[in-house]
Design a protein around this ligand. Sequence first.
Ligand code: LLP
Length: 422
Amino acid sequence: MKKVYTKVTDAMNFYEGNDPTALAKNYGTPLYVYNERILRQRCRDLKEMVTYPKFVVDYSAKANSSLAFLQIVRSEGLEVDAMSPGEIFIEKQAGFAPDQIFYIGNNVSAEEMQYAIDANVVISVDSLSQLEQLGQLAPGHEVAVRFNPGVGAGHHEKVITAGKKTKFGIEPKYIPQVRSILEKYDLKLIGINQHIGSLFMTGEAFVASIAALFEIAKQFQGLRFVDMGGGFGIPYHKEDGEAPLDLKELGAAIDKALYKFAEEYGEQIALRIEPGRYISAESSVILSEVHSVKHNHDKKFVGCDCGFNVLQRPIMYDSYHGIEVYREEEKDSASEETVTVVGNICESGDILAKDRTLPEVFKGDILGILDAGAYGFTMASNYNNRLRPAEVLIRENGEVVLIREREVLEDLLRHQIALKDL
Ligand code: LLP
């Protein structure tokens, strides 16, 4: 293979000696490729971030809930959160025990809540009416309550989940009402939780939010845990040298806050985080084939098969993903050029990268779309009746295994009922 532009994956030894153009040929494109070693390392980074003895890392499965992926996360000793009965179901299939699953619902139906009750998982509610609903369904049950600490953070307004402009959490001023519903139904409050938003690269907002959360926690006796939420960011602009989150510095600040809280609370209760992106994003690259290169007016477009049905983040949040170029033939790119990389969906918003500088790209090249392991496959769809891609995992010994088959056309008919009387 000709390595045209492979700076980031080379530095991480992402392909562990495999040739991405051969992977693309063997498994087809678009293809989600995962690296087990990197995934395991990210789990360990967070587990070792603090010294506080009862620190628990819950992986937030919404970022990536492929079965094999969850199995690896479990084998690293992490627990998980869940956002839906579907996530509870798949997590159990991956081997998580009910007490390792934390269901953080939002506006869930009575049926969904009942599913979580029957599954025996710990349930968090984030409104007074949902607390009331749990009380009616299961008086005497244990419950956690999600508060809004008033501090939010995130890479886009759509993913800031605390502060003044969000549907999530209960405002601390409603604590008296929380208490009275707990009492009315004899519910036992065993934890409180928050999630301020997704993707911070410095820790100030997170540290401020946990201080606010701990103030709330101190108003409740007998808690088993406080869950501080996720949001730990990763550097998407790696090829420009963007630095990773300084876990050492952030870990030290968090550690200090944890010990201080435990002392004030009078007990070293479990203190948890629930990161998704930090654990999963960097362990995946999407391989996508270039099917056309063209000029439209004064713009050069590189058209590939990674439409927003495969990776939604750019169209949804204007997100940046680094792009590498791999080529099977020994053919040189003349020079760097500015191109717009687009997918194959019939919308002009189907843009993967606008005005990106890349080495000259040819039809038949394979693009590597970096940092795609978080909110990549989980947000993929069948829009335009396109098939969701396959996923392969590069094991630690370099062996490549298929962990999800590419969909086939017949899958598009599953659950559809044709009319018989036309
Ligand atoms: N806990 C709760 C309650 C959450 O809602 C989320 C993410 C997390 C934990 C994990 O956050 P993380 O550590 O991954 O930042 N689709 C968007 C991100 C949406 C995040 C939704 N909630 C994206 O692609 O950027």
